[in-house]
Ligand binder design. Structure first.
Ligand code: ADP
Ligand code: ZN
Length: 222
């Protein structure tokens, strides 16, 4: 790979596969996978001040206020020992956050924003079967991608659970907010020449192939 380590943003509905694809891209390009949702879930589990502040928003399916999210991103990506490249999963989620990211990134802006395009019907089906590892955060699906041993993580053996915000009400609220606040980012990045739209229906491996091809094309253009 010529040039600096890639800076990639993943967009897409809840359940479109951002977490799964981000983990894979992180291995392919050897850059950290930063998930704001994972960071908040870890803070809730540890009972930190941040965790206590964000739990209510998350359980309802509401967005966490921008200043809290931006503080997490700043600490992970633009503080001391900042990584050169990264895969962002779950941030930005609205135009204000995208503008904040642009400011934080300075002259080394993003290389590509990949939109994982999956229908609402498909993501509802995936979310209903979603299970998450309580320790390492790995994602499974009881139908599409079951763990080898039911209820336990392939990677670390810890118990799998259903996320507190994967209830019917919270999922409906998150998808509504996605359409209202996040979907406008597709055009926002398109206008900046950074958008790659990828078909996210079908097998995870097939989607990974399409995502990597889209990232390679973007890196070849820079
Ligand atoms: P999903 O995309 O399925 O909602 P995430 O793990 O990305 O799952 O996020 C879980 C929750 O964390 C969100 O519903 C929201 O409350 C909070 N959150 C994560 N990222 C952001 C963000 N960039 N802005 C505001 N809230 C966020
Ligand atoms: Zn695990």
């Amino acid at each position: 790979m010529a040039g600096p380590a890639p800076r990639i943003v993943l967009l897409g509905r809840q359940g479109s596969g951002k977490g799964t694809q981000a983990t894979r891209l992180s291995a392919v390009y050897e850059v950290p996978h930063v998930s704001t949702g994972e960071a908040f879930r870890a803070a809730v589990k540890e009972g930190t001040e941040l965790g206590r502040a964000v739990q209510g928003y998350m359980d309802r399916g509401d967005l966490v206020p921008d200043d809290m999210v931006e503080a997490v991103i700043k600490a992970h990506l633009f503080g001391p020992r900042a990584p050169e490249g990264f895969i962002l999963d779950g941030f930005p989620r609205n135009v204000a956050q995208a503008e904040a990211l642009e400011l934080m990134a300075g002259h080394r802006s993003l290389d590509v924003a990949v939109n994982l395009d999956a229908s609402t019907a498909e993501v509802l089906r995936r979310i209903a079967g979603r299970r998450v590892c309580s320790k390492c955060g790995a994602n499974y699906n009881v139908v599409d991608n079951p763990p080898r041993v039911p209820g336990s993580c392939d990677e670390c053996g810890s118990a799998l659970y259903q996320r507190d915000d994967d209830t019917e009400e919270a999922v409906a609220r998150r998808l509504e907010l996605y359409e209202k606040a996040t979907a406008p980012l597709i055009d926002w990045y398109r206008q900046r020449g950074l958008l790659a739209n990828v078909d996210a229906m079908g097998e995870p491996d097939a989607v990974t192939g399409r995502v990597v091809a889209a990232v390679q094309a973007a890196l070849a253009r820079r």
